[in-house]
Design a protein around this ligand. Structure first.
Ligand SMILES: Cc1cc2nc3c(=O)[nH]c(=O)nc-3n(C[C@H](O)[C@H](O)[C@H](O)COP(=O)(O)OP(=O)(O)OC[C@H]3O[C@@H](n4cnc5c(N)ncnc54)[C@H](O)[C@@H]3O)c2cc1C
Length: 605
């Protein structure tokens, strides 16, 4: 089944996304306008992205000493994407947006991610501008955010430093007030920033006239020392090129210098940079930065951007998995190899079969389908919750917010792990050919390998889930999730064909709930979190089983024989039979707070 049909089913048959048009914010929209957006994005992805995916991989960005050089296709794709209006798709009409639901915006982005993930579709720029729309002053919104939404400028997020990745409290980039009148700058309190930022995606390029960096830095205390912990962190807008209050370039270069490009395993179409702020390469040492929000509250402002980014990462991982699934499905339908085993063994006189006829190859295809389409459904479900949070009635909006707290770590990490596994299976289906660069699947795997690392590593996401998200507000988010899972179980139990799966899901929910309690039984965080990743794996599998059962329930009984639905029902069955039982092993070590890993002495390795 093509992506477009899968999206149409999930959005319209399962999530009732067209019901959003009953809300005043989306009243001008209809299924037709949503489909028109999909038509445009599908076309741009097909024409400007897909044909150049390998080009980007082969011709990775290089620095000629002055400029970063990217293949011409990058600029063509960027211009087509910006011209489509997708950068401001969700924004208000009065600033040039389309007031598109986030659910539809997310779905539209799938075409680009599947065609060429590293070509990019503005995730960082939109996240950066959205953050400014929430935390910026009116002038910061007008000058910086609006020029990002229009595509004239692009945006970055500068958190990581060479010595501080997961542990942002240890950043050492400094921000000091720039002169006695630093507070009177119309663009925001003006500081001088000095420090190094590592791994900054899209940190340098010539795709846009300017680059707007959002930078985390610490304002020293009265003793001149940096305040330890996250409390000391503030957020600054640091443009690459200086601008005036009308958003015009002043001609002056800000003191942000490219120290080098990182040469990556995959995702090579996006530059990845080490940036030096304030070393004096461009004029007076100290990059000019304008404070966003209040001093010392930078990390919580940045989290606004990071949550969106995490759903975006989950979607990217999903679509890379999907690209591999489609490629390996096509290969399996065309590759003749071997003969089927009958009750009397094989008959060498018979012609060879296509590999899709072998049960083991079907297993690998069904695994990919269940991972990738299940993950896509989860990402769209989360996107629908974002719309609920923004446009629902107060009680429902609050419920959506709490559910998102619990589901965001899963939305980020589950596809990062399992759609990567899907890419590995896609290589396996290609046999030796999959291991060569003559087929696209090895690139999908390399591109996807990033997703368990950035936007909070797997380990950090797991600690966030078990250490914070399932506990916050008295466990309210987890209770709300359990209520939704139970509602699906109640519907499924009425249908004999789903009763077994409903019971299995009920048991899984109960296992996750009691493991959460057991992990925290002694109240010792060291014990509870030692097995946070197996906990997150089990939690994620329970969530995806729930999503699949809910999706399966939306298939009309009289249409269950249609091939697309037969496929969905088979993927549901596969997930319940082959995947869900794995959670027992993962949770065993959580429940017993198994100390094997935590206690092994270093010299035992
Ligand atoms: C291609 C790419 C693009 C990126 N883009 C950006 C960007 O645009 N902006 C930006 O700011 N950053 C970006 N990053 C940085 C990314 O977010 C960091 O790499 C990530 O946060 C991990 O930090 P680190 O690399 O320093 O690894 P470390 O933090 O050193 O982690 C190494 C390992 O130790 C584990 N670990 C660390 N601390 C703990 C702990 N407390 N408990 C358990 N395990 C732990 C981690 O899980 C990981 O497995 C990017 C990275 C890459 C590779």
């Amino acid at each position: 089944m093509g992506l477009r049909q899968t999206l149409a089913f999930l959005l319209y048959e399962w999530l009732d996304a067209d019901e959003l048009t009953a809300r005043s914010r989306f009243a001008d929209h209809s299924r037709e306008t949503f489909d028109a957006v999909f038509d445009t994005c599908e076309r741009i992805a097909r024409e400007k992205y897909a044909p150049f995916n390998r080009t980007l991989d082969n011709e990775e960005p290089r620095f000629d000493g002055e400029k970063v050089i990217l293949p011409k296709a990058s600029k063509d794709a960027y211009d087509a994407f910006a011209a489509s209006g997708m950068l401001s798709a969700a924004q208000d009409y009065d600033i040039g947006g389309m007031q598109l639901p986030y659910t539809v915006e997310s779905a539209a982005h799938t075409f680009f991610a599947m065609a060429s993930v590293s070509m990019g579709s503005g995730m960082l720029t939109v996240g950066n501008a959205n953050l400014l729309m929430v935390h910026g002053t009116e002038l910061q919104k007008k000058v910086f955010a609006l020029n990002e939404f229009s595509g004239r400028w692009s945006g970055t997020m500068c958190l990581s430093e060479p010595q501080a990745g997961s542990s942002l409290s240890d950043i050492v980039t400094r921000a000091v007030p720039d002169g006695a009148d630093f507070e009177s700058d119309p663009l925001g309190p003006r500081y001088r920033i000095k420090g190094n930022k590592m791994w900054i995606s899209a940190g340098e390029h010539e795709l846009t006239e300017n680059i707007i960096h959002l930078v985390l830095a610490k304002i020293p205390g009265p003793d001149g020392k940096l305040i330890p912990g996250t409390r000391g962190i503030s957020l600054f807008i640091v443009p690459k090129r200086m601008v005036d209050t009308d958003g015009q370039l002043t001609g002056e270069r800000n003191d942000v210098a490219l120290a080098g490009l990182n040469h990556k395993l995959g995702w090579r179409g996006t530059t990845n940079t080490l940036l030096n702020f304030g070393e004096g390469k461009y004029g007076t040492p100290g990059a000019i930065g304008y404070l966003v929000g209040r001093p010392h509250e930078g990390l919580s402002c940045m989290f606004h951007m990071m949550n969106e980014a995490r759903i975006g990462v989950g979607m990217a991982a999903t679509m890379l998995g999907m690209a591999g699934y489609h490629a390996s499905l096509d290969y399996a339908k065309n590759r003749p190899q071997g003969r089927l085993v009958g009750p009397a063994g094989k008959d060498p006189a018979q012609p060879q079969v296509r590999i899709i006829e072998h049960a083991d190859v079907k297993r690998m295809l069904l695994a990919q389908k269940s991972y990738c389409e299940g993950a896509l459904a989860l990402e769209l479900y989360c996107a629908r919750l974002v719309d609920e949070q923004h446009t629902g009635q107060p009680a429902s909006a609050n419920e959506a917010r709490l559910l998102l707290e619990v589901l965001t770590p899963i939305a980020k990490s589950w596809p990062s792990e399992w759609c990567l596994e899907a890419n590995s299976l896609a290589i396996q289906i290609h046999g030796g050919y999959g291991y060569t660069r003559d087929f696209p699947v090895e690139q999908y795997w390399r591109d996807n390998r990033l997703n368990m690392i950035h936007e909070g590593t797997h380990g950090i996401q797991a600690a966030d889930l078990l250490g914070r998200k399932v506990l916050m507000s008295g466990g309210e988010g987890l209770k709300l999730l359990a209520a939704r899972v139970n509602a699906t179980i109640e519907r499924a139990i009425q249908r004999p064909e789903f009763a077994q799966d409903a019971n299995a899901l009920g048991k899984a929910l109960e296992q996750v709930g009691s493991a959460t309690k057991s992990a925290w039984a002694t109240g010792d965080a060291r014990e509870a979190l030692a097995n946070a990743v197996p906990y997150m794996q089990a939690f994620g599998h329970m969530v995806i089983a729930w999503i699949w059962l809910d999706v399966a329930l939306s298939i009309p009984a009289d249409a269950a024989h249609e091939p697309a639905h037969v496929g969905r029902l088979a993927a549901t069955r596969f997930f319940f039979r082959y995947e869900l039982p794995k959670i027992g092993a993962w949770l065993n070590v959580v429940v017993s707070r198994d100390p094997t890993c935590a206690d092994v002495p270093e010299d035992a390795f």
